[in-house]
Design a protein around this ligand. Structure first.
Ligand code: HEM
Length: 367
């Protein structure tokens, strides 16, 4: 540890770099090491307890690293890169914009976008086929209601300061109710299919049916929900690969004394792929890890799973992103069955966030 510390100070003179992870037995510090990012040394932290200490710190010992180059162009001087009073004000506004009530109001817009995407896909398929299943007609009706709802919502955005608005909102409510009803009916039909089908007699399981079956499984350890699938995807393919902080003033971190200006590189992916936390099957996609919630899956170690960060700078879009994914997935799965295309090449890369290098090709079948 002392050697590591020495390196922290040497860094200031831009002298030597030791890669501690490469020599864990020599230095006994396998979870903390120094790396160079271009000409910039960074202390990489992959120890949950220390990460918790850094990200939850509220006495300004650690700050966001100033955005440079393309990051600056991308983020400007917005919430994610600001500090102090400006950050407090912006965070308050953002939290308000994303609180539960506001999120509820965004749902029709999300639904409209997904439905428009679904409709475009169906239209493409229509050119290749002549016959449609009843689900298309049901979907078209829902889509028409969405369009009406979207137009009313857009109109409301301009008229909400004027009296008499409650009448318009009532119309809005009715359409929303109609949409919800139609979707619920579609789900019910699919659920009936799943629950009345005998085990083993299934023909051509699609993802929704697999999900529904898992959801209805009598064995609680085999029940799978959308949240479990989203959590396991975020664990295995953590989109935000790094969370950066700068040491504002000399700070004690565990047994280390960190010099001011040292850059800290927090690596959620390293934690999410640590076999000591997740077990030897860490690289397998197993949503059932989360069957009893995140706390149980992580043995109550809050910093063992943090795809959206933690502490005061936790992602403001967390609930929006997960709700959007759930809405989009459930709507797509009601309309289509899909399987992975044989042309798909698994190649996750870091391109700002972690993403599939060549996209994900799937074969869609209209239901
Ligand atoms: C799967 C999707 C997403 C992931 C994995 C993600 C991840 C993260 C992470 C790890 C942080 C913390 C950064 C840090 O501590 O330095 C963060 C912050 C932030 N995220 Fe997200 N994010 C997602 C979606 C979104 C969405 C949809 C929005 C906006 C609509 C958003 C807006 C923000 C903002 C504004 C911050 C900065 C908060 C602050 O500094 O106080 N994110 N995000």
């Amino acid at each position: 540890m002392n050697l590591l510390l020495a390196n922290c100070y040497l860094r200031q003179q831009r002298a030597i770099i030791f890669h501690f992870l490469a020599f864990p037995s020599l230095f006994g510090a396998g979870k903390i090491y120094l790396q160079w990012y271009g000409t910039q040394p960074q202390l990489v932290i992959t120890e949950p307890q220390l990460i918790k200490e850094i990200l939850n710190n509220r006495d300004s010992a650690y700050a966001k690293e100033e955005a440079k180059g393309y990051m600056k162009r991308l983020f400007g001087d917005g919430l994610s890169v600001s500090e102090g009073e400006k950050w407090t004000k912006m965070k308050k506004l953002a939290n308000h914009a994303f609180h539960a009530e506001s999120l509820k109001n965004m749902i029709p817009t999300v639904i409209t976008s997904v439905e428009a995407g679904n409709a475009r896909t169906v239209e493409t398929a229509r050119r290749q086929r002549t016959a449609f299943g009843s689900s298309y007609v049901e979907g078209r009706n829902i889509f028409q209601m969405f369009m009406k709802l979207a137009s009313i919502t857009a109109t409301n955005a301009y008229t909400h300061r004027f009296p008499g608005i409650s009448k318009i909102y009532k119309t809005n409510d009715e359409i929303e109710k109609g949409i919800r009803q139609s979707i619920l009916e579609m789900i019910k039909k699919r659920e009936m299919k799943v629950t009345t089908r005998e085990v083993g007699s299934s023909t051509g399981d699609d993802f929704l049916e697999i999900l529904l079956k898992a959801h209805h499984d009598a064995n609680p350890s085999r029940k799978i929900s959308m949240s479990m699938i989203i959590n396991e995807s975020l664990r295995l393919y953590t989109p935000a690969l790094s969370i950066l902080r700068k040491v504002e003033r000399e700070a004690r971190l565990g047994k280390l004394i960190l010099p001011a200006n040292l850059l800290l590189f927090i690596a959620p992916l390293a934690i999410h792929h640590d076999p000591q936390i997740w077990g030897e099957d860490v690289h397998l996609f197993k949503p059932e890890r989360f069957s009893e919630g995140v706390a149980k899956a992580t043995n109550n170690s809050i910093a063992a799973f943090f795809p959206f960060g933690m502490g005061p700078r936790i992602c403001v879009g967390m609930n929006f992103a997960t709700n959007e994914a759930k809405i989009a997935l459930s709507m797509i799965l009601q309309r289509f069955a899909f399987t992975l295309s044989p042309t798909y090449v698994h190649s996750p890369i870091q391109n700002f966030t972690l993403r599939p290098q060549h996209g994900i090709q799937v074969l869609l079948h209209s239901l």
